[in-house]
Design a protein around this ligand. Structure first.
Ligand SMILES: [Zn+2]
Length: 209
């Protein structure tokens, strides 16, 4: 029998990811988004974003097509636990069309970021600009090595969040109650050794980057 998963991945199961307002792209490139690809620079912390949309269409989790920044509705944020949010996340503002501050949405970036690893067509490379690991596979479904127990919420390498089982089960119950269709909540095991054959990826000895 499989043991209960220690973590869950929360992913935006949306066909309507949000577009950055055109004027905000150059500013983002000067500050927090890596010029080599769609990922935040390693030293980026709180990120405020400006959308072309009036509001993110799919709740409670969406993401910005620039940098893959997770956009979290307060209905989901409220399930994560105030202490966890304070300790583990950088929470920023979301502005909709016409630069209107959207009170119900925030950007939520993890202070620590985990890589969702897979098996099929798995590969990785180092970003030539910022050195971050860029990993891809067709079936991202496990972690390695185990992330540290003192963190409850991580940013995932796939534009979402990774949370402990306790939080994941709370979000699952709320997904059923509220009929959220556009959030996927997938169990994550720690697989040792990792079946992609890469061992510990450079810079992830502590389970995150
Ligand atoms: Zn980079």
């Amino acid at each position: 029998m499989k043991s209960a998963p220690p973590f869950f991945a929360l992913r935006a199961n949306t066909m309507n990811a949000c577009s950055p307002k055109r004027e905000s792209i150059a500013i983002a490139q000067q500050t927090w988004v890596c010029t080599e690809g769609p990922h935040p620079k390693p030293n980026a912390q709180i990120v405020d974003v400006w959308l072309q949309e009036r509001t993110p269409p799919d709740r409670p989790l969406n993401f910005l097509m620039l940098g893959g920044v997770p956009l979290v509705h307060r209905e989901l944020l409220s399930l994560l636990g105030e202490d966890n949010i304070e300790r583990d996340l950088y929470v920023g503002r979301v502005f909709g069309r016409g630069d209107k501050l959207l009170e119900d949405w925030v950007t939520a970036r993890g202070r620590r970021r985990v890589i969702l690893r897979g098996v099929k067509e798995a590969s990785y490379r180092l970003c030539p600009d910022c050195g971050r690991i860029l990993y891809s596979s067709h079936d991202d479904c496990y972690l390695f090595p185990a992330p540290p127990p003192e963190t409850a919420i991580f940013e995932s390498s796939l534009f979402g969040l990774v949370v402990t089982r306790e939080i994941g089960e709370r979000v699952l119950a709320e997904k059923r109650a509220r009929k959220w269709r556009r959030i996927a909540i997938d169990p994550l095991q720690i697989l040792d050794p990792p079946p992609d054959g890469f061992g510990v990826l450079p810079g992830t000895e502590r389970g995150f980057q």
